[in-house]
Design a protein around this ligand. Structure first.
Ligand SMILES: C[S@@+](CC[C@H](N)C(=O)[O-])C[C@H]1O[C@@H](n2cnc3c(N)ncnc32)[C@H](O)[C@@H]1O
Length: 269
């Protein structure tokens, strides 16, 4: 996503509106075919998989077959490396230490994950994803980076109830570019359950595509939320929540929110 995706005008865009689509088609005529192909796939996969997780798993299967790095959103290997580095640097600046236990929700092919695995003590990284195809790509990344001895957990999941994980366990939970592809009920399910597996001093960081206009979605793949919606959802589940202002200055199109069981520094009440 381009760096100016958080400009005031872009933050008010409704990409689902007909006027936006027509304007976009006129200014980017070459992308029309690509969009029509995506819309056709969306209709077909939605017919085969009426539930969101089944649908998105099929999207990932189709994208991963072509290119696993592009499937997690990086069009070049350099971007894949840079995006992983950005995730890693941020959490290091926020105190991620080797002895911490980390859960990476929607870990993909370990774009950020391989750096976390390398940094954390053996066995302290837990990656989950809905896509078996991207988890196979994750294992390849693990081998390429020679991180077998770190013995990370890489596990398939069908939902975000997190019911197979222990209570009060993770110091850091992370979901990068996952809620940007999730309808509100998936975000809700995650926020309803994440508090149980966090430690008292732990936090959960997630990125999301922010809009300051009408909440909307593009096909069934990309979802745009207002900050207040997600803050309210987190609070409904008894969590503390805040938008991470220091992420806003990074060259990344999404915003980041942090939630925890206990009050956060800098949280507005
Ligand atoms: C854009 S990729 C990002 C991957 C990784 N977090 C990164 O930054 O490289 C989104 C990932 O989230 C996974 N995903 C989407 N919805 C999910 C869900 N409800 N639960 C777990 N994983 C999900 C996808 O399969 C995909 O691997």
């Amino acid at each position: 996503m381009p760096v100016d995706a958080k400009s005031p005008r872009k933050l008010r865009n409704n990409r689902a509106a007909l006027t936006h689509k027509v304007r976009y088609a006129l200014t980017h005529p070459r992308r029309v075919t690509q969009y029509l192909r995506r819309a056709g796939r969306d209709a077909w996969l939605r017919l085969k998989h009426p539930d969101h997780v089944g649908y998105y798993r099929a999207v990932m299967a189709s994208d991963t077959r072509r290119n696993p790095e592009a499937a997690v959103g990086s069009q070049t290997h350099e971007r894949w490396l840079a995006l992983g580095q950005m995730q890693f640097d941020y959490l290091i600046e926020h105190g991620l230490r080797p002895e911490h236990r980390m859960l990476d929700i929607g870990c993909g092919n370990l774009r950020g994950g391989w750096r976390f695995i390398s940094h954390l003590d053996t066995g302290n990284y837990y990656g989950i994803d809905i896509s078996p195809d991207i988890l196979m790509a994750a294992k390849k990344t693990l081998v390429e980076r020679r991180l077998q001895d770190k013995l990370p957990h890489l596990t398939i999941t069908g939902d975000l109830t997190l019911d197979f994980l222990p209570s009060d366990h993770f110091d850091v939970i992370h979901a990068h570019s996952v809620f940007s592809h999730s309808p509100l009920e998936v975000v809700d399910e995650c926020l309803a359950n994440v508090g149980r597996v966090l430690t008292d001093t732990g936090f959960f960081d997630f990125t999301f595509d922010r809009t300051e206009g009408t909440e909307h979605q593009v096909l069934h793949e990309d979802f745009y939320y207002r900050t207040e919606t997600l803050l309210a959802l987190a609070r409904k589940h008894g969590l503390h929540a805040r938008l991470m202002e220091d992420w806003e200055e990074r060259p990344h199109g999404q915003s980041k929110m942090r939630v925890s069981r206990t009050p956060l520094a800098g949280e507005a009440v």
